[in-house]
Ligand binder design. Structure first.
Ligand code: IVH
Length: 667
């Protein structure tokens, strides 16, 4: 009996997975909806009754329902690189010449550049075991529970092999439209574009939500082609297709020469608006995998591919108003309030107008029809007013003279374009400072974004920075707030507690010292190692630091000698915030950290400068000559006399394979 049940379950899995594949990958209907549902229900019931026979590749997994606590981090075995952008045929010609110069006669594969988020899928014995986001390219997040709900992603392949493939998860244009219609009816904020909507769906803890979003995929990259004896990218695409993946066959094309690439771009631009998914350019990849290997990569990009981005789009809309906002430093920004308009997949309602001079220079009037432009990820920009469309009812722009929030008189420093609210107690400035403190490049506290912080400020929960670390005392009140629950409050409190362990540069940047951006904060943290050393530093000492001019030196000195700031830092110390630079421990590798390296000869997998940069970022030192203090000499092709000297002194020698291996593990 049990054997019969098991067999029936296997049969149902087979029938349903095949039907899914035919419908979602091949776009063919082989079962009616009723038949599909009937089989699925039968399988669900059997799985409930006989959970011991439930299988990882069962199509019931597509339905969703699994809820996770938090996203686990996953290290990519090979970095998930992004692509360098190009914007013109000339730049594509340059890319081609660079390749030809390396001795490669290229044929290319042109593909559509899908606007979504990249994903890495891992299969063992043909069964999906986990899926991860790109993250920072080195470490991503485990999103298996949501990926399993995407019906075009096979839970089981046609062959029982171990494999990783990569591709793009996207939200079809229609799905976003429908979703936004529903959100508008429920007074929920609209999702801005397909990319954010797809990423937002994938970042849900509850997979039921992702399941409702009807996400889809195109698979376009095989990171380990040599494991399967594959010689070209074209073959890799076919191989992945044969395993059951959805590859974009009607769009992918092998081409030779710039003329054919140009033709592909023209055709892709023409079909773009009628495609059911959003594309923001095309990708051009060298077809031969041997040539790809020869061309290698930099620390960020492969040298064998580029992404051509479609040119900026322009649309017309109405300028309904110009409103003013107050930043953390008191800077006043005029903003265009526009009739909402769809521009490159995002609905645009506002655009910054920077400052008074900018608005005057563009001669913008309230009521004007204006053109708006947006290129790729770049923020939308008001290009010009269509003066020929004026009818005399337009209202001229007038700069304000008082802060729109606290009413204090604005100041404009000599020779500067910006107006400032000088009132340090202005509530807008305070909220903005709190938002800045929690922002991604500062303390990176997930869940304390702009609107929430404004609410918490107005409700009196957070008035000054230390209040953030007392939020857990208001747990009961927070749970009562609309849109909150036990779980989200717990997550928020955990994120706040975790931020106490951040390295010093995040805190330094978060404090918002005038002129100190994230890069300068890192430089200072590396140099001083802890905040006490900075607090006792003189103006002269600050000024003598490379890259710190007299103005920044004065800002730093003033900041650390102002009583309120000293009290703030001491309070944060008492609250348990880390005040030390942790960089060296954040990036540790037993083979590299603390060692002195010399590089000689040509390396084919990476240029020497990039490799030196990586070694240094892991706390290794590089120098140009070999001495008895050298720990390791890295030897490439045609090494110089440094190699002989290393042998003479008995210094450890690494060949290209050894360093390549280490780099691929840490990147
Ligand atoms: S190939 C090493 N192909 O564009 C090569 N990427 O800017 C990896 N993308 O991170 C990428 N469509 O998220 C490739 N046909 C395509 C793509 C594509 C969209 C995305 C991908 C990548 C980003 C690079």
């Amino acid at each position: 009996m049990e054997n019969n049940v098991k067999q029936r379950m296997e049969e149902l899995i087979e029938i349903l997975n095949r039907a899914n594949y035919e419908y979602y990958v091949l776009a063919k209907t082989t079962l009616t909806d009723q038949e599909f549902d009937k089989y699925l229900r039968e399988l669900e019931n059997l799985e409930k009754e006989y959970p011991e026979f439930a299988r990882k590749d069962s199509p019931t997994q597509h339905v969703g329902g699994e809820v996770i606590d938090k996203f686990k981090k996953v290290r990519h075995s090979i970095p998930m690189l992004s692509l360098p952008d190009v914007f013109s045929i000339e730049e594509i010609e340059e890319f081609n010449s660079r390749i030809v110069k390396e001795g490669v006669t290229p044929t290319y594969v042109c593909e559509e550049k899908i606007d979504g988020l990249s994903v890495s899928l891992h299969y063992e014995q043909g069964v999906l075991v986990y899926a991860a986001t790109r993250g920072d390219g080195i470490v991503g997040e485990d999103i298996t529970h949501n990926v399993k709900t995407i019906k075009s992603i096979p839970l089981k392949l046609f062959e029982p092999i171990d494999i990783e493939v990569r591709g793009e998860i996207y939200m079809p244009k229609k799905v976003l439209e429908e979703l936004n219609k529903k959100r508008a009816l429920n007074n929920q904020p609209l999702l801005q574009n397909v990319r954010n909507a797809a990423a937002g769906s994938i970042r849900q803890l509850d997979s039921k939500i992702a399941a409702e979003r009807k996400l889809n995929t195109w698979i376009y990259h095989l990171p380990n082609p040599e494991d399967y004896g594959i010689k070209t990218h074209e073959e890799a695409l076919k191989f992945m297709q044969k395993l059951g993946f959805r590859t974009n066959n009607s769009a992918n094309r092998v081409v030779t020469g710039i003329k054919e690439i140009e033709k592909y771009i023209e055709e892709a631009s023409e079909r773009r608006s009628s495609l059911p998914y959003e594309i923001d350019g095309i990708v051009i990849k060298v077809n031969s995998l041997e040539s790809q290997k020869k061309l290698g990569m930099t620390s960020k990009y492969p040298k064998w591919a580029v992404a051509y981005k479609f040119p900026a789009q322009e649309v017309l809309t109405k300028l309904n108003d110009i409103v003013f906002t107050v930043g953390r430093t008191g800077r006043i920004t005029p903003n265009a309030v526009l009739d909402p308009v769809l521009l490159m997949g995002s609905t645009v309602k506002r655009a910054t107008l920077h400052n008074e001079d900018y608005v005057v220079m563009k001669d913008l009037k309230i009521g004007d029809v204006v053109s708006l432009r947006k290129a790729g990820d770049v923020i939308p920009e008001v290009v010009e007013a269509k003066k020929e469309r004026r009818n005399g009812t337009e209202i001229p722009f007038k700069m304000i003279s008082n802060c729109p929030i606290c009413g204090s008189v604005l100041e404009k420093k000599k020779d500067q374009v910006d107006h400032y609210c000088m009132n340090v107690h202005c509530s807008a400035r305070k909220v903005e400072s709190l938002i800045h403190f929690c922002s991604r490049k500062a303390m990176n506290i997930d869940g304390l974004g702009d609107e929430i912080m404004e609410d918490f400020y107005n409700l009196g929960f957070v008035k000054v920075i230390p209040d953030i670390y007392h939020l857990s005392e208001h747990k009961k009140d927070l749970i009562e707030l609309e849109g909150y629950g036990n779980k989200s409050v717990d997550n928020l409190i955990e994120a706040i507690n975790n931020s106490k362990q951040n390295s010093l540069e995040r805190l330094l940047f978060g404090l918002g010292i005038e002129g100190i951006g994230d890069k300068t904060a890192l430089l200072l943290a590396k140099l001083f190692k802890n905040i006490d050393a900075m607090m006792s530093c003189s103006f002269e000492e600050f000024k003598n630091i490379r890259d710190i001019g007299p103005t920044l030196a004065q800002n730093l000195y003033d900041y650390f000698h102002e009583e309120n700031n000293i009290t703030l830092i001491n309070t944060l110390k008492e609250l348990g915030l880390n005040m030390n630079y942790l960089g060296a421990t954040e990036k540790y590798n037993a083979d590299i950290t603390g060692k002195r390296f010399v590089l000689t000869g040509t390396l084919s997998f990476m240029d020497r400068d990039t490799l030196s940069g990586i070694i240094e970022s892991f706390g290794g030192k590089t120098s140009s000559s070999v001495s008895k203090n050298t720990d390791v000499v890295i030897v490439g092709d045609k090494p110089g006399s440094k190699y002989d000297k290393a042998q003479e002194l008995g210094i450890e020698i690494w060949d290209e394979d050894k360093i390549k291996n280490i780099v691929s593990q840490i990147l």
